[in-house]
Write a protein of this length. Sequence first.
Length: 493
Amino acid sequence: MFGLRKIISAKQTRLADAYTIENEPVSSIDLMERASTAFVNEILQEDLSNKKIAVVCGVGNNGGDGLAVARILQSHNIEAQPFLIQFKDKLSDDCQINFNRLEQVTVISSEKEIPDLSSFDLIIDALLGTGLQREAEGFVAQTINAINASGATVYAIDIPSGLFCDEITNASSVVQSDLVVSFQRPKKAFFFPENNAYIQQWRVVDIGLDEKFIQQQESHQYVLDEKVSLLVKSRKRYSHKGSYGHALMISGAYGMMGAAVLTSEACLRSGAGLVSSYVPKCGYEILQTSLPEAMCLTDTQYEHITSLPELEKYNAIGIGPGLGTNPDTIHVVSELFERINVPVVLDADALNILSTKLELIAEIPKNAILTPHIKEFDRMVGFSVNAQERFQKQQQFSKEHQCIVVLKDAHTSISDAQGNLFFNTSGNPGMATGGSGDVLTGIITGLLAQSYSPIEAALIGVYHHGLAGDVAAWQKGQYSMIASDIINNLRIA
Ligand SMILES: NC(=O)C1=CN([C@@H]2O[C@H](COP(=O)(O)OP(=O)(O)OC[C@H]3O[C@@H](n4cnc5c(N)ncnc54)[C@H](OP(=O)(O)O)[C@@H]3O)[C@@H](O)[C@H]2O)[C@@H](O)CC1
Ligand SMILES: [K+]
């Protein structure tokens, strides 16, 4: 969908593996060599020459990768000591071949022999991969615990050992990795916030699995990454401000006018031809002074919004940032639902109003974009025990109400009315700062005004918002960046 990559299950990965072996064709041992070489090339971006490295391998193909990685690192004159944790008598065929290709492997065949790993700088975790069948216990769990207790940096091959690929892991013995280098696709598990302790950072390397086959697999989950830029249309040479739509931002209350300024400015920066900002009277001078490029309309009331302006001339509307939930403002949302006939973004207090008047949820305009963070979402649909349940509810909500939900988190997820779920890969913790969400609302509304479809606007907006945040973090650092830095680094292209 939109040229974005599908996220597939462990089972589908095995099918893609077998399909590639048969149809490329390539032998499975050569595919393992390719994967191991790609892993080594990725980690060699860092200078490892003075590091003492342990490669902790299991008996399956993940272990086979680990043994090959140790050999390839040694061929680069890097000290990498392989350990085979023999928790089963028989090694997989390719693991056995790679075992035979190494001159020296320390074989550990019982719990008692597990070495103290604290003298190593770096541990490469190749104990278990996507073949995990059950929670790690006994010998395997003890080895995982030894890796975690070592104090060394840990890089995991494909997935941290002990972590389930497609569902929430409740086990206590899971490798806590600093980096995962995953083959071909990120795993579903990488997008569960619950797995944060096991995955500080992940990257994906291409190992040449058949892409066409992967994209044909039944999956409704996608990776939202730089490929979304393909959806961005170039601006026409002969065009004028009227060509790029007129957006209306409804936002602000006394003491919250910054939200109105940020959301309106972000809307302009996303390329909307014209932006009008509807604010309470107290916001008139603030808005006109800080954002001369926007037009300003005011409510009759001074401190908060109590009514709506005429809506006919706008191509898209964004409502919610800094709006407040004053009793006189609440009815504005239901009135908007009755009168609106253009795409709309509902954010912040517009969502809080929805959660105090749940009967309004049934009236959400078709194709509306809702941008809750987790707490706002839970207030609307009820508490979820974990991310997996919340993602299901998110997909269900989108289908039932024919709308798009942008659930804001470290990996923001975007659900559409067809049941698809897109996981964003841009952004950083520095973006957890006041006003960041207001900026996103402005960006998405601005894209809607330019006639992008709601799902396109949500995908382009979320990815570029994160990207601008990454540039801001690079400039100012995650601690010091603020929401206006995100706007200043926005570059949709
Ligand atoms: N996909 C690709 O394209 C490519 C994949 N590649 C690599 O292959 C990896 C997948 O390999 P894999 O399927 O051999 O599984 P893996 O994770 O090594 O473990 C299986 C072994 O562990 C055992 N076992 C399971 N759970 C257990 C537990 N809790 N406690 C104890 N034992 C447990 C299980 O035993 P069983 O359940 O059968 O008793 C079996 O013996 C993948 O992650 C990637 O690194 C690349 O080489 C090339 C291309
Ligand atoms: K692993």
